[in-house]
Design a protein around this ligand. Sequence first.
Ligand code: B12
Length: 455
Amino acid sequence: MIFLMTTAPPENSPWSTPMRLPPLGLSFVAASLEKAGFKVEILDNYLIKKTNDELKKIVNKLKPKIIGITCSSASYPECVESAKAIKEVLPQCTIVVGGWHPSYVPESMLEHPEIDYVIVGEGERAMVELASCLTSNLDEKAISKISGLAFRKNKKIVKNTQKFISDLDEIPFLARHLLPIDLYEREIPFLNVKPVDTMNVVRGCPFKCAFCETRRLWGPGCRAFSPRRVVDEIEYMAENFGTKGIYFLGDNFTINKKRTIELCDQIRKSKQDIEWMCDSRADMISKDLLRIMKDSGCKTIWFGVESGSPRILDKINKGITIEQNIYAFKLCKKEGIQTACSFMIGILGETLKDIDMSYKFAKKLNPDWCQFNIYIAYPGSSLYDEVIEKGLYDRQQGFLTFVKTDEFDFELLNKIQMHYQSKINLSFSNILKKMKREGILTVLKKAPKYFHRSI
Ligand code: B12
């Protein structure tokens, strides 16, 4: 039996978000393990919040041979603590970690003897290979050849080169049946239907934003599930979980226009009448594409605008101009697609004047929803290296770094964030728009959420 789990930063931590979404990556890994014949259980501890003492009891009862843990830079300390707790009661089990943080800094995981293996990047194939070796008593030689595996050998850390799955359709549908589906949010302000579920259908991003750099996780190219496969899964979700809306989460849904059009066609022709939204970039949409997207149920597009200062857009290497953003938002409005967007505040090199430019720009774009995230530096990105090199921080929690410059620190950014977010999202016109879209009662019920802070 294989036990998979997530961990979360403590509730009062600045990195904890109130969003309750299913762990897509871990559930893909679970689905692949099931397809290979393993019995799998998932504990979404980001959601359920069992203490380590409770976790010890659970694993002691289940006695899994292998435990896989998802780890982000925010939950790194909790991931290590969980591994330690597990090994206290089950010293013989094998602990494998995967996810963004282990993929970028596998050494930080393997310095803890409780963690046996790290899977760098895409997890499905490597985890199945590892589990097969471990359960068929194959020798260490076979294990040491697994692509994407990092492990200790003779007091050194070995990292095998990754091999990416060229045909994503070989990955089975997400193992939603292993998740406590009713405990998730399943509604979203930008769609009028309920329940809404999330999907990730594109992997990789060719752009080189200095704060993100997903290439180390997904490789240099961009791969996607076939439109037919995506629609088959939507139909399966609708039939088995009542799904009526989809949020396509991920780097860039519209990266390949031809594929996006094909997917829209398939969605339109499918027997399910779904509403959906996606993440995209201002330079990756066009009038004809928006029309096709709208025709197939697209209601909202989320854009990472990041800054209203051209200097900062250059600094983060976003590759999108102020003018392109203005054009994209106008186009969406004209074509009847709602816009949501996020900005980052507190980037190194940014001044309070730049931050103010972002606020003014957000007002000018006039999105239906706007989020100001406080920039956090995390390993793997070039901005993180610069923050550390120049000492531009005053605190670190695990690997997450609170940027501090002569002009701002986290506390000030926090105040600015709350102020901007409430000014824009709680403006009279935006509240009216929300009420029209979601109904007065829903808006009143959700009001406290509009104030929540996010990084
Ligand atoms: C959805 C999302 C969330 C959701 C998470 C919902 C959930 N339950 O998963 C919410 C809103 C809660 C969230 C919160 C946060 N997030 Co977030 N999030 C994302 C987002 C947009 C999509 C993640 C996703 O589903 N990807 C698709 C799946 C298929 O990929 P995956 O999860 O990476 O999984 C693959 C591999 O990583 C690996 N894998 C993953 N887990 C495991 C486990 C094992 C055992 C194995 C073998 C392999 C493996 O295999 C998977 C399949 O190939 C990403 C950006 C992105 N483009 O991915 C950011 C991202 C992951 N988040 C990020 C951050 C910073 C945060 C927060 C700190 C933000 C905050 N202020 O609170 C928190 C911390 C959360 C935590 N757990 O500690 C960063 C992570 C950077 C880092 N180094 O950790 C990202 C990359 C965004 C970015 N570019 O800055 N997030």
